[in-house]
Design a protein around this ligand. Structure first.
Ligand SMILES: [Zn+2]
Length: 86
């Protein structure tokens, strides 16, 4: 998890808005904050890009959503399939 500033106006001034109870990558609850400057609501702290990569490559996600192969393997097989048809 990482603490972030507002993506809209880059302000670091936020106020707690509510607790989120659903997210794909981590166990709830999550804090949703609202930017004091522009009003944008966002999760803070939020999941890092690396944490998302680990989550989507993990067995728990693959099994829950019915995928049998990691997404990177699926992409590789599609590239190989299209190369063969050319
Ligand atoms: Zn803002």
């Amino acid at each position: 998890m990482e603490m972030v500033q507002c993506d809209s106006c880059h302000s670091g001034q936020t106020v707690f808005d509510r607790t989120a109870t659903q997210s794909v990558a981590l166990q709830p609850p999550y804090a949703v904050v609202r930017c004091r400057n522009c009003g944008l609501a966002f999760m803070n702290p939020r999941v890092t890009a690396q944490e998302y990569r680990n989550f989507y490559a993990g067995e728990e996600y693959l099994n829950e959503y019915g995928y049998k192969k990691p997404f990177s393997d699926i992409q590789n097989s599609r590239v190989q399939s299209s190369a063969r048809s050319d």
